[in-house]
Design a protein around this ligand. Structure first.
Ligand SMILES: O=C(O)CCC(=O)C(=O)O
Length: 366
């Protein structure tokens, strides 16, 4: 009986603390109960760490097989000896901090909006809940071209171009140099993924001639109610591949395929985090899956992360690859135009929609 009272007392205290925190924080940040994070520290082994260096003792087939297994079992892995110079990795983290440390007035000089979605933004929504973060986005290929609207019958295109801040000094140069190096890694990984599917290494090359890839700097400030909000809400990445540099704070979590448990991606010195996106899921006809992930925040330390999203050209029709489908394994997705998909998907970044935004499951053949 006493235990019953103590348990209920604890629950009431937690509810009161949550209500006080909710009072401090805009309701737009509050996740619905089923999506709130459990902040207990959990140690989970599993997300593979793959060494990309090919010494004379390592057979390329061993590497390809490790990549294939990681894509199949997790959709996520980390890589070391990836070829991105470590000093550059350090420089980009310093540049990110220097940018976000500026005043709001300074950052808003390069504020993005629905018309020009490249630049600084502090009120992005994921799955219609506001994220506890601020971001700076830029295109790898500048300018890039995108459909003007998601409507299929509308042929109008629009031009996207980057906005660069005057400060901090060298910010643009460091961002662009880092992006160039990570882009090379991205294509190398796509080659390994292609080989792991039994395809020629250059199978995906033609899809990226007018790539819409972009890089993002994420800053997650300390949050007074980390049990109620998320740095980025649960989502899957719409592109082919994502490559993330993270600092040592931790917070990225992956929904483990085997049991749906949220598994932390442990910060690992000098490593980059890789995840396959929706496009690889469709190309591979679900041999590989784009896995849901999210970012939890904490009340003490700010966190920085730097993803590069590898996106194909706007005119690419994404569909299961012919070589990977047959009578026994028919296509699981209807073809869709990447540019139109991307435009539709980005609509929910700016405002809370009443319904879930477009997902690749909308193209699934049942
Ligand atoms: O912060 C991270 O580690 C990942 C960020 C992420 O998932 C995103 O920006 O879409």
């Amino acid at each position: 009986m006493q235990a019953f009272y103590i348990r209920n007392f604890n629950i009431i205290i937690i509810i009161i603390i949550n209500l006080i925190s909710m009072g401090e924080v805009d309701q737009a940040f509050i996740q619905s109960i089923e999506h709130r994070p459990n902040l207990d520290t959990i140690e989970i082994e599993g997300i593979p760490l793959i060494d990309l260096s090919l010494s004379h003792t390592t057979d390329i087939n061993v590497l390809v097989s490790k990549i294939g297994t990681a894509c199949k079992n997790w959709g996520f892995f980390q890589v070391i000896n990836h070829g991105v110079p470590l000093e550059l990795l350090e420089k980009i983290k310093v540049a990110a901090k220097a940018f976000f440390d500026q005043t709001m007035e300074e950052k808003r000089k390069v504020k993005r909006d629905e018309v020009n979605p490249m630049g600084y933004y502090e009120s992005e929504h994921t799955k219609n809940v506001r994220d506890w973060k601020e971001v700076f986005d830029f295109l790898i290929k500048d300018p890039s071209f995108l459909p003007a609207s998601p409507e299929l019958e509308d042929d109008e295109m629009r031009t996207l171009s980057n906005q660069w801040p005057e400060n901090p000094p060298q910010f643009r140069e460091v961002c662009q140099e880092y992006a160039r190096e990570v882009e090379k890694l991205g294509y190398k990984l796509l080659e390994l993924i292609s080989l792991s599917l039994g395809l020629p290494s250059n199978r995906f090359n033609g899809y990226f001639e007018d790539q819409l890839s972009r890089m993002r700097l994420n800053h997650y400030p300390p949050c007074p109610c980390p049990e109620l909000a998320l740095g980025v809400g649960r989502h899957k990445d719409a592109g082919a591949l994502t490559i993330v540099a993270q600092d040592d704070v931790g917070g990225l979590q992956v929904k483990r395929k085997s049991d749906g448990v949220w598994a932390p991606v442990k910060p690992t010195s000098n490593a980059l985090v890789i995840n396959v996106g929706d496009i690889v899921q469709v190309w591979s006809n679900e041999a590989y899956e784009s896995v849901e992930h999210r970012v939890v925040v904490n009340s003490e330390r700010e966190r920085f992360s730097i993803p590069i999203f590898i996106f194909p050209s706007h005119y690419v029709m994404v569909k299961p690859l012919e070589e990977l489908v047959n009578e026994g394994n028919p296509p699981k997705y209807k073809p869709y135009n990447f540019g139109k998909f991307n435009v539709a998907r980005n609509r929910s970044n700016y405002k809370k929609l009443e319904v879930q935004n477009i997902q690749i499951s909308d193209f699934k053949i049942i």
